[in-house]
Design a protein around this ligand. Structure first.
Ligand code: NAP
Length: 561
């Protein structure tokens, strides 16, 4: 190894990764960060192409989101038969889900099964948190490390860096005044302890009513003494009608699993081919027919409600009809009219991700459950024994923060990532997460981000989205190696056009009409930019074209002499 220079830089995060320039081959073709579904599959695909890859994972086991989000009631909101890998037919034939919507322990068991089945553990370093990575121009490779400040940690040199850190992996913990004074237990849904939490007889407060809050509230209500739900924005929840997996459906899907996967890949969200959306407007039928069609899909359960008509997410007037249908369901389910009114959302349905529930609204009929509407009674401060909202003190033994995530960018911006010329990602993304194809960032050669801004993961069955992006990255890296290309970097023009495209697509929908995490609106001070791309099939087609046409929108550089 011939070392030609060494530099070291400290970013705004304080983390340091020392970039040691060298003209020799780096020790790794790619370093993969994160051992959730994306990292596991990336390792498998890299190995299949003869690439030398290593995964580093901060946790003490694999599973990513399903490792950390073990709060009571955590389960997937896409049917188990769809929310699973399709790349290996023996895997999908052998694995048997027990429920229509799998719960967290089964999903975590599945991730572990995949790791064992494909011998992935040998390529994963656990308990290893990346703190920073610097691009070394002379060596055309990344120098990545686990050190902080001036302490050394471990470092690796890799030609490529693949960030499989997940779009929803950094919990949002709002800065509530006085929270540190609270003497009871404080839990966050996204960092739930491994040991079961016993809430028997306790006064528990849950802050947040998104998917995590809805599932937690419904599950713990029968266990706790008193449950107080602090709601800032009411959520739309549609019934899961969860239950044991229908064996007839399982047999039907397994009889042609590849065909089922292919049909799903043609759906806008990469799932849902069992009951595709109707291709006609909500206004093309009578009011009675409309109600009956909404009701039919409500009885089936899950996201299919939004496919009742083809204009629900593009036409606010049509959307309002679906929203009112759900509000009527809420009014019918909740006995106290004032509570029902507070539980009725006013934003467009689907603008924030729908919650898929099991008796959420009816939970508020329980005598031990109370709703506090933060719109009229905002949280003022925590005390040693509870919290004060709207001038009223709520005594609590435990508080559950179901306050979501610093989505899509939070994890990457907490790293010391430095690209060409020492450019910090914090500076590059000051006004929002610029990217090309949802995969790459100008100034950060050979860096690939999975399920990030500009990609479709947030609107797609994420495992389907992961499989597509991982295969694209793996094929690209093999192509580049075969063609003697040492570095690939998006061009500024392509990046600008891609961000405009993502926003143009969003602008045709109702997605810009509420304060969602898609827009970064849930995090104070976060730049407001619509991050995910809607429409999986068109995205797949675009990525394929880029590959087939020799990577337009990228500059490719051969190995330096
Ligand atoms: P979320 O959807 O962002 O919900 C967070 C909740 O906390 C919202 O009700 C939010 O209110 C509230 N909140 C945030 N900051 C607050 C503050 N300072 N004061 C009071 N309330 C505050 O987060 P999540 O429920 O964890 O879900 C995030 C995403 O993860 C979902 O959209 C979904 O994609 C995924 N997920 C899926 C499942 C599933 O069913 N498979 C389960 C959990 C999560 P506002 O709405 O007013 O911001």
């Amino acid at each position: 190894m011939s070392t030609t220079s060494a530099t070291s830089a400290t970013s705004t995060t304080g983390a340091t990764a020392t970039a040691t320039s060298t003209t020799s081959q780096p020790e790794l073709d790619l370093l993969i960060v994160g051992a959730g579904f994306a990292g596991l599959y990336m390792l498998h695909q890299a190995r299949a192409r003869g690439l030398n890859a290593l995964v580093i994972e901060a946790a003490d086991s694999v599973g990513g989101t399903w490792y950390h989000n073990r709060y009571p009631g955590a389960r997937v909101d896409i049917q188990s038969m769809e929310y699973s890998f399709g790349f290996d037919d023996a895997l999908q034939q052998d694995w048997c889900w027990t429920e229509r919507y799998a719960a967290q322990p089964e999903l975590l068991a599945y991730a572990n099964h995949v790791a064992d089945r494909f011998d992935l553990r040998s390529g994963i370093l656990l308990n290893t948190r990346l703190t920073g990575a610097h691009w070394d121009e002379a060596a055309q490779s990344w120098q990545a490390g686990t050190g902080t400040g001036t302490s050394g940690g471990r470092t690796w040199r890799a030609r490529h860096l693949v960030l499989a850190t997940g779009p929803l992996s950094t919990p949002s913990e709002p800065d509530f005044p006085g929270l540190s004074d609270f003497k009871g237990q404080v839990l966050h849904t996204a960092r739930w302890p491994k040991e079961p939490v016993d809430f028997s007889g306790q006064r528990v407060g849950v802050i947040g009513t998104g998917s995590s809050g809805v599932q937690t509230i419904t599950t713990i209500a029968p266990q706790v003494g008193q449950l107080t739900v602090f709601q800032r924005t009411a959520s739309y929840a549609v019934p899961a009608h969860n239950g044991p997996l229908d064996v007839a459906l399982e047999a039907q899907v397994k009889a042609d699993y590849p065909g089922f996967r292919e049909r799903n890949r043609r759906m806008m969200g990469g799932f849902g081919s069992l009951l595709p959306p109707n291709n006609f407007s909500a206004f093309s039928v009578s009011a009675e027919q409309r109600e009956s069609m909404f009701e039919g899909r409500w009885q089936i359960g899950g996201f299919v409600l939004l496919g009742t008509f083809n204009d629900l997410i593009v036409n606010p007037a049509a959307n309002e009809l679906a929203g009112e249908f759900v509000r009527n369901k809420i009014r019918a389910a909740v006995h106290d009219p004032a509570t029902a009114a507070a539980l009725c959302p006013s934003h467009p349905i689907g603008c924030k991700r729908l919650c898929v529930d099991t008796g959420y609204y009816a939970t508020f009929n329980r005598p031990n459950v109370r709703l506090v509407d933060l719109q009229t009674a905002p949280i003022e401060r925590f005390t040693a024994t509870g919290l004060v909202a709207g001038g009223e003190e709520h005594p609590l033994d435990a508080i559950v923060l179901a306050t979501g995530f610093d989505a899509m960018t939070g994890t990457l911006l907490r790293l010391d990532l430095r690209g060409r010329g020492g450019l910090a990602l914090q500076d590059k993304w000051q006004a929002g997460p610029l990217n090309y194809l949802g995969l790459c960032v100008v100034g950060f050669p050979n860096l690939f981000n999975i399920s990030g801004p500009g990609a479709t993961a947030a609107f797609t069955n994420v495992i389907v989205a992961i499989e597509h992006q991982v295969q694209w990255i793996a094929d690209t890296l093999r192509d580049l190696r075969d063609r003697g290309v040492a570095s690939i970097e998006a061009t500024p023009e392509a990046e600008t056009a891609w961000v405009a495209h993502v926003n143009t697509v969003a602008g045709r929908t109702i997605y810009l009409n509420c304060n969602s995490w898609y827009l970064g609106a849930n995090i104070p001070g976060k730049p407001r930019m619509f991050m995910p791309l809607f429409g999986f099939p068109a995205y797949v087609q675009k990525c394929a074209e880029v590959q087939q046409q020799g990577y337009p929108g990228f500059s490719l550089a051969p190995l330096h002499a």
